[in-house]
Ligand binder design. Structure first.
Ligand SMILES: *[C@@H]1O[C@H](CO)[C@@H](O)[C@H](O)[C@H]1NC(C)=O
Ligand SMILES: *[C@@H]1O[C@H](CO)[C@@H](O)[C@H](O)[C@H]1NC(C)=O
Ligand SMILES: *[C@@H]1O[C@H](CO)[C@@H](O)[C@H](O)[C@H]1NC(C)=O
Ligand SMILES: *[C@@H]1O[C@H](CO)[C@@H](O)[C@H](O)[C@H]1NC(C)=O
Ligand SMILES: *[C@@H]1O[C@H](CO)[C@@H](O)[C@H](O)[C@H]1NC(C)=O
Ligand SMILES: *[C@@H]1O[C@H](CO)[C@@H](O)[C@H](O)[C@H]1NC(C)=O
Ligand SMILES: *[C@@H]1O[C@H](CO)[C@@H](O)[C@H](O)[C@H]1NC(C)=O
Length: 449
C-alpha cells in the first residue's frame, strides 16, 4: 500500500476527560461541569492528571464515555443544542422548496443499502474496510438520514462531478478527513475513478484528479490547522509544540488554489501539547510534571479556529469554505487503551445518548467561531457554510470498525478497537451526501440565519 503504520496513528487522548467524568459522577451536575472546566484544566497540582501514553501505541482515538459508566447522567448533561437555524435552500425542482435544516432529523431503516461495497471500491483504507476485515453484522449499512421536514436526496455522483468541472476541492484536517475523502472517492467512482497524482512523503497529504471532469480533489494534512512540531517518536517527553499565533502553512500555502475548502479540527487537540505564542511558552494542555499553566484543549482549539477564520475572511481569494463539525467517538466499557469497545449494531434514538461532555464543548466552540467569522465574512464576500455532521454522527455508535480494523501485525498484541473512525461504506457517506447539497446549492449565497 506504500502506507506505513504512522498514517494510522492518532492522538493521545486526554486523561482529563476521565477526570471530568469522575467529577461529574461525584457531583452530578451539568452546571458544575460547565463552571469547573477551566478550573479542572488549570489545576496546577497535577492531582487530577494521569500519566500519558506513548504515541506509538495509538491506533486512534481519545477515550472516555460518560453515559455507559453512568446512565443516570443522561439528563444532567446538556443535550445537543440546536443551531441558530442553519437553513439550506433546496434546489429548484426538489419536492420541498421551503427551507429545511438538513442536520436535524433521524436515522430511518432503508433497504437500499450502500452505494458501493468493499469489492466495488478500491479506495478504502484497510483499517476502515470493515467488510473485508470480517465484520459479521450488516444492519449498520441499512439506515438513511432523514431530516425532519424534507428528504436528503441520494448522492448523485454524476451531478456532483458535473458541478465540479474545472474545479478544485480541498479537505483540510486530520485522518477523519482521510476517512471522508475515501468515502467521497468511492461514491464518485461509480462515474469516474480518480487517479492519485500527488502524495507527500508520509502519505498524509494527497491529491487526486478526475480527468474527464478536470476536477482536482486534495487532502491536506493539517491536524491542528496551526503550526505545530509533531514529534511522534513514542517518547512521552516529545510533546507537540503548538504555535497559537501561526497557521500551518501546509494548508495556507495551498489555499489560493482551491474553489472549495472543507475544514475541521479534531482529536489532536486532546493530545499533550505545549502552547507557544510570540516565541514564548504560555502554557500547555495535559503536561503533568512540567511547570506550565494548564490552559485546556478548548483554549488551543478556539485559537486555531479564530486564526484560521481570520486568515480566510482577510484573504483576497474567496472559495466556498465549509466548516465540518466535531466527530464524536463511541467507546464503551472502557477507554480506547484499556479494552473500550463499540459493539452496538443499531443507531441511537434521539435523546438516548448525549456523548462525552468534551464533544459538545468542542462543537460549541466551532459554532461560536463560525458565527463570528460568518458575520465578518458577510461584509466581505467570504462564503462560509457549516456541515454540521456532529449530531447525526453522535447517533451512530454502530458505524465504527471496532475490532474490525486490520489485525495488528504483532499478534501478541491485542488489536485495539477503533471507535472513532468510520467503516466504509458506513454513516460517514452521509457527510458527503450533505456536502453535495451544500456545494450544489452554492449559488453564491451567503450564510444567513
Ligand atoms: C430508501 O431510500 C431511497 C432514497 O435514498 C428512497 O428512494 C427509497 O424509497 C427508500 N426505500 C425505503 C424502503 O424506504
Ligand atoms: C469483501 O468482503 C467480503 C466479506 O464480507 C469478502 O468475502 C470479499 O472477499 C471482500 N472483497 C474484497 C475485494 O476484498
Ligand atoms: C481545467 O480547469 C482549469 C482551472 O479551472 C482550467 O484552467 C483548465 O483550462 C482546464 N483544463 C481543461 C483541459 O479543461
Ligand atoms: C472548463 O474549461 C474548459 C477549458 O478552459 C472550457 O472549454 C470549458 O467550457 C469549461 N467548462 C466549464 C463547465 O466551466
Ligand atoms: C505578543 O506580541 C504582540 C505584539 O508585540 C502583543 O500584542 C501580544 O500581547 C503578545 N502576546 C503575548 C502572549 O505575549
Ligand atoms: C475583507 O477582505 C479584504 C480582502 O478582500 C481584506 O483586505 C479585509 O481585511 C477583509 N476584512 C476583514 C474584516 O477581514
Ligand atoms: C458488548 O461488549 C460488552 C463488553 O465486552 C459486553 O458486556 C456486551 O455483552 C457486548 N454486547 C454485545 C451486544 O455484544
Amino acid at each position: 500500500m506504500g502506507k506505513d503504520m504512522k498514517t494510522d496513528m492518532e492522538p493521545i487522548p486526554s486523561p482529563h476527560k476521565r477526570v471530568g467524568n469522575f467529577l461529574i459522577k461525584v457531583f452530578g451536575s451539568a452546571l458544575l461541569l460547565a463552571f469547573s472546566y477551566r478550573l479542572l484544566f488549570s489545576d496546577p497540582t497535577g492531582f487530577f492528571v494521569f500519566s500519558s501514553f506513548p504515541a506509538s501505541e495509538m491506533p486512534a482515538p481519545k477515550g472516555g464515555n460518560l453515559q455507559r459508566d453512568s446512565p443516570s447522567m443522561e439528563n444532567t448533561v446538556a443535550p445537543y443544542t440546536r443551531l441558530p437555524q442553519m437553513a439550506l435552500h433546496l434546489r429548484k425542482g426538489d419536492s420541498l422548496k421551503e427551507q429545511c435544516d438538513l442536520f436535524s432529523g433521524e436515522w430511518i431503516p432503508n433497504s437500499s443499502g450502500p452505494r458501493y461495497t468493499n469489492s466495488s471500491c478500491s479506495y478504502i483504507d484497510p483499517y476502515q474496510d470493515c467488510l473485508t476485515n470480517g465484520r459479521p453484522d450488516r444492519g449498520y449499512l441499512y439506515w438513511r438520514w432523514k431530516p425532519y421536514g424534507c428528504d436528503l436526496p441520494p448522492f448523485d455522483a454524476e451531478k456532483f462531478l458535473k458541478a465540479m468541472r474545472n474545479k478544485s476541492l480541498a479537505f483540510i484536517g486530520d485522518s477523519i478527513f482521510r476517512n471522508q475523502i475515501e468515502s467521497l472517492l468511492c461514491l464518485l467512482s461509480q462515474v469516474e475513478e480518480a487517479v492519485e497524482i500527488y502524495h507527500d512523503e508520509t502519505f498524509q497529504s494527497k491529491t487526486w484528479y478526475f480527468s474527464s471532469h478536470n476536477f482536482t480533489l486534495a487532502l491536506i494534512w493539517a491536524p491542528f490547522l496551526l503550526k505545530a512540531e509533531l514529534k511522534d517518536s513514542g517518547n512521552s517527553n516529545d510533546y507537540i509544540q503548538l504555535h497559537l499565533d501561526a497557521l500551518d502553512d501546509t494548508w495556507t500555502s495551498q489555499y489560493g488554489k482551491h474553489d472549495y475548502i472543507v475544514m475541521s479540527g479534531g482529536q489532536w487537540f486532546l493530545k499533550t501539547t505545549i502552547f507557544w505564542e510570540n516565541s514564548t511558552i504560555i502554557g500547555c494542555h495535559n503536561c503533568p510534571g512540567k511547570n506550565f499553566r494548564e490552559l485546556g484543549m478548548d483554549y488551543s482549539y478556539q485559537k486555531a479556529l479564530e486564526l484560521a477564520f481570520r486568515f480566510i475572511t482577510a484573504s483576497h481569494h474567496k472559495p466556498l469554505v465549509v466548516l465540518r463539525t466535531w466527530t464524536p467517538d463511541h467507546f464503551e466499557y472502557g477507554e480506547w487503551y484499556n479494552g473500550g469497545v463499540c459493539n452496538r449494531t443499531e443507531p441511537y434514538k434521539e435523546g438516548e445518548f448525549s456523548g462525552d461532555p468534551v464533544d459538545p464543548m468542542m462543537r460549541g466552540l466551532e459554532i461560536e467561531e463560525f458565527e463570528k467569522a460568518a458575520t465578518i465574512g458577510s461584509e466581505n464576500g467570504t462564503r462560509l457554510k457549516l456541515l454540521d455532521s456532529y449530531h447525526l454522527s453522535l447517533l451512530r455508535p454502530d458505524g465504527h470498525p471496532g475490532p474490525y480494523r486490520k489485525l495488528h501485525p504483532d499478534i501478541s498484541k491485542r488489536p485495539q478497537n477503533d471507535c472513532l473512525h468510520w467503516c466504509l461504506p458506513g454513516p460517514i457517506d452521509t457527510w458527503n451526501n450533505l456536502l453535495m447539497e451544500i456545494v450544489l446549492n452554492d449559488g453564491g449565497q451567503r450564510y444567513s440565519s
